[in-house]
Ligand binder design. Sequence first.
Ligand code: CS2
Ligand code: MG
Length: 402
Amino acid sequence: MKISAARVIVTSPGRNFVTLKLQTDEGLYGIGDATLNGRELAVVAYLNDHVLPCLIGRDPARIEDIWQFLYRGAYWRRGPVTMRAIAAVDVALWDIKAKLAGMPLYQLLGGRSRERVLVYGHANGEDLDATVDAVGRYIDMGYRAVRAQSGVPGVTLAYGVGRGTLNYEPADAALPTETAWNTSRYLDFVPRLFDRLRARFGNEVELLHDVHHRLTPMEAARLGRSLEPHRLFWLEDATPAENQEAFRLIRAHTTTPLAVGEVFNSIWDCKDLIQGQLIDYIRTTVVGAGGITHLRRIADLAALYQVRTGCHGATDLSPVTMGAALHFDTWVPNFGIQEYMRHTSETDAVFPHDYRFERGYLFAGDSPGHGVDIDESLAARFPYKPASLPIARLEDGTMWNW
Ligand code: CS2
Ligand code: MG
């Protein structure tokens, strides 16, 4: 069997997605996601100009060799653009291999380690009351784990503050929207939010929170400590992780579990945090870090240190990534939780899939492959729209982390 054609499909059914379709000379095809939120066309060019011409004529069964070819062969290693392009190829090849075997992808990875995949949903509101109500709505929908993000008095439009719907889309304009950030107000507010949530909903529901890289290590340590009575499932991206040593400081001060890694793109970004036992959950996902082939290595390294997985699953990761991640989650022994931010109905229609949500869990489907397809004629009805992620500045105008 040979790869006979490769095509990148860009579509915007509510938000932009970049999808790779690899075809074989025997009629089988595989699908991979290459979406990089706010930088989509860079990955399209990388795939079209540099990757796809090298794939034609290759044996699609040689997943590992093709991965090494694209990683080592570029000479310029890692980075979000390269690793997303590699992920798209890798996931499409696993899709083909599983279809050929007539098996759902999790079977090829080693089979089922669990019956269902625990997910967390995103509750957010403009203020404390609205956020408490939003968490209640998620619990009513059956969620057992809920991430709570709230508008902070005097801080409008910050990361995670919803617009009253289930679908939170931060990439809202062609050029970056400017938002303002105030750390003191945030640090005063968050413990009050979780006080209210535990008082209202008790300890049964798992609660999570995403700091979105906005604190310094010592501020993060203080927040983690102040949230200890509220028994969070995790505190995410408490400080930027380029300097991994920073987590040693946070760790020394708090027992609140820490999750990091949605912006990581290789095992090298995770290595010190995992080996130093500085985190509890690794957030890297299929599209972010070179596909199933590489994510599996990260999970295996993490398992040695009792670090569990918590794959990124925001809406900018397409249903193709969600499908592949669910097969990975169904297999991976050291699974922790899967993020599940619902896609719009337009997105779901463009990407027919066989995974389903039931009572707080997602279930990978049993059709051969990863179970997600693309309806190309429907996709063509939603042309690409430039969309950037917002930026944040402190009140004096200094650039900050959004
Ligand atoms: C986030 C994301 O889901 C998360 O935890 O941090 O919403 C992130 O902001 C987006 O994926 C950016 O594209
Ligand atoms: Mg996050």
